[in-house]
Design a protein around this ligand. Structure first.
Ligand SMILES: [Fe+2]
Ligand SMILES: [Fe+2]
Length: 370
């Protein structure tokens, strides 16, 4: 039944409490009731959380047997990592990003589609799968980083009996929050986009960094290099490990758009970082949220006093504006973290801030271990 709209009361005898109660029902919030306090520094419902690889791998392997791909099953065989601060069925590993685990095997085909959400894939294990991006097949190998930017057609196919498992990263909650989510299926009966370019052509053209083909530049804000091969990434990391690292991140490298030197996609920044044996970083905090995947090694990250111990394959998330530092648990082995963050969005609007922890020789105390 439609509620009857009351005329605003002109009664001058209203108490403040009566006034507040009345205006709240009229979809008005007096600013003096506490809202301003929420603006003094970032408040978030996102919690720091860690997903263990052993469990993730078991679940994604179970899903392989339970749900087929394609018209008779799932568009993508994906488990998204939901932050404890986000209610079902909403998606969000942080308030702006999602991480997910995807698996494909045998002769399966994940049909082509495109969406305004930008996506990346960091390959965890397996062999013999390809992602086709705007007609170009990109072969996937463990620890490669692949991009499928906003509105690029993409589908996956497998050519190997064993499963290939990867980490997906997308800006879904950000794009949802901006009211700009669109998705469409490839318009052919089998939903397979035609192959129109040689396999791994983007690597051939754009992976040399400082040497780029003349005349290839476009106004596209996304990296033309769609696959960052692990061999090259590891080579750079190893060489940089002989130099000084960042006090907050160890030896950290940003994956960049070779045309601009900026982030690989306008909404998502990707990093690879090495904590050398025995490395322990200082504590800092910054705006923006980050999702980490442990590529190799073991160690811990302290987030607002809570210590999260991690090992190879684990995934954990960092809410915005939380104190954090990292440590390699081993005195003999390196630890490597891949991460992606919403930082480019904050920087584009002058909202990025960073602060160093000042007390205790720059390192926060540990209050609890998870
Ligand atoms: Fe997709
Ligand atoms: Fe950080």
């Amino acid at each position: 039944m439609k509620a009857e709209k009351k005329e605003p009361s002109s009664d001058n005898t209203l108490t403040l409490e009566q006034f507040q109660e009345t205006v709240l029902q009229e979809q008005l919030t007096p600013l003096w009731m506490g809202a301003v306090g929420q603006l003094r520094e970032p408040h978030t419902h996102i919690e720091p959380y860690l997903w263990r690889w052993k469990e993730l791998r078991q679940r994604v392997t179970q899903s392989l047997k339970l749900i087929p791909l394609g018209d008779q099953g799932a568009e993508r065989r994906v488990l998204t990592l939901r932050n404890p601060g986000i209610p079902v069925p909403r998606m969000g590993t942080t308030h702006t990003l999602i991480a997910a685990i995807q698996v494909i095997a045998g002769t399966e085909v994940a049909p082509s589609h495109r969406h305004t959400m930008a996506a990346l894939r960091f390959i965890i294990e397996g062999e013999g799968a390809c992602t086709v991006v705007n007609g170009e097949p990109e072969s996937m190998q463990p620890r490669d980083l692949l991009l499928t930017p906003n509105w690029y057609w993409h589908g996956h196919f497998s050519e190997h009996p064993d499963p290939m498992i990867w980490l997906d990263g997308l800006d879904v909650p950000l794009v949802q929050g901006l009211g700009a989510t669109f998705q469409e299926n490839y318009p052919s009966p089998d939903r397979r986009q035609p192959i129109t370019a040689p396999r791994d052509e983007s690597i051939r053209r754009y992976s040399a960094g400082g040497l780029l083909p003349v005349g290839d530049r476009t106004a596209d804000k996304n990296s033309p290099l769609l696959n960052f091969r692990w061999a090259q990434t590891e080579d750079r990391l190893t060489q940089m490990a002989e130099r000084d690292g960042s006090p907050y991140d160890g030896v950290a490298l940003q994956y960049t758009n070779p045309f601009t030197g900026g982030p690989v996609m306008p909404t998502i920044d990707c990093w690879i970082q090495m904590l050398r044996p025995g490395d322990q970083t200082k504590t800092h905090r910054h705006t923006g949220s980050v999702i980490y995947h442990v590529v190799e090694g073991s160690g811990w990250t302290v987030i607002n006093g809570k210590r999260f111990d991690w090992a190879t394959g684990d995934i954990f998330c960092l809410p915005p504006w939380v104190w954090h530092d990292h440590a390699n648990a081993s005195s003999g082995q390196r630890a490597i973290l891949f991460s992606f963050a919403d930082t480019p969005v904050l920087k584009a609007f002058d909202l990025y801030r960073e602060e160093a922890y000042a007390e205790n020789q720059g390192r926060q105390p540990v209050e609890a271990t998870f």
